[in-house]
Design a protein around this ligand. Structure first.
Ligand code: DC
Length: 226
């Protein structure tokens, strides 16, 4: 594998993108970037700074705050740091999930994150997962995948994850949040979630992670002549 290989995994929430991106990054020794966690980082920051009032975001205030915001991954364990704070767990809280699509729909935030991700590009090559990686961030990626799965399957997976973390939520709440986010993510004006024309579609509804992994490795090895 070329050291600057780029693999893009886009798709709907809770389809297994990050799990698979992580597995592929280990297998091919590439850097793993979960771009959704960067949008979550900005959202967490906005919530912590009190920039949401009655669910209305003070966009002007956020615009000014972006100059003071640094997001970095610690790559030995993938933890996300916001300035000097490890926010890896906090960005998964339901309050962040409920507000992240609003924040991710803002042009200034997308430009900010785009710059951050491009700066992370390094000589190791990367596996990046998100919503617009194959369409906007890295349109020339070597391999592109687009993940989908039935909403109930996705909600069940996210619900089990949150439960395992000890978070108080119900299956119905998780399903509602997913469907709501899908709607905002696919209908926003800037960089909406959509499949790149050259992306391979993967439906993960009936496959466990190992099965998806085997399928992706087969596709990647054949595309890159490995
Ligand atoms: O993958 P995730 O659920 O952690 O992503 C959180 C939100 O971030 C998701 O609702 C949409 C947004 N996002 C985006 O707009 N573009 C990306 N490349 C990644 C995530």
């Amino acid at each position: 594998m070329d050291s600057n290989t780029l693999i893009a995994i886009d798709g709907y929430a809770s389809t297994g993108k990050s799990t698979l991106a992580k597995m592929l990054s280990r297998h091919y020794k590439l850097t793993f970037i979960d771009s959704g966690s960067l949008y979550r980082g900005v959202t967490f920051y906005a919530l912590e700074k009190g920039l949401f009032e009655n669910d209305q975001l003070d966009k002007e205030a956020l615009k000014e705050e972006l100059d003071f915001l640094k997001l970095r991954f610690k790559h030995d364990n993938g933890d996300l740091f916001l300035n000097s704070e490890n926010v890896s767990k906090k960005i998964r809280l339901p309050d962040v999930s409920d507000h992240v699509s609003t924040v991710a729909a803002l042009t200034m935030v997308r430009e900010f994150i785009l710059k951050q991700i491009r700066q992370m590009q390094n000589k190791n090559g990367m596996v990046v997962d998100g919503r617009d990686i194959g369409t906007v961030v890295f349109p020339d990626a070597d391999c592109k995948f687009f993940f989908m799965a039935r909403p109930e399957v996705r909600a069940r997976r996210r619900f089990e994850e949150l439960k395992a973390q000890g978070q108080q939520t119900t299956f119905e709440e998780v399903l509602e949040n997913l469907v709501h986010r899908d709607k905002i993510d696919t209908s926003r004006e800037i960089s909406p979630l959509r499949k790149a024309v050259d992306a391979i579609e993967i439906d993960t509804s009936e496959m466990n992670a190992d099965k998806v992994f085997a399928l992706l490795v087969e596709k990647i090895d054949s595309k890159l002549n490995l």
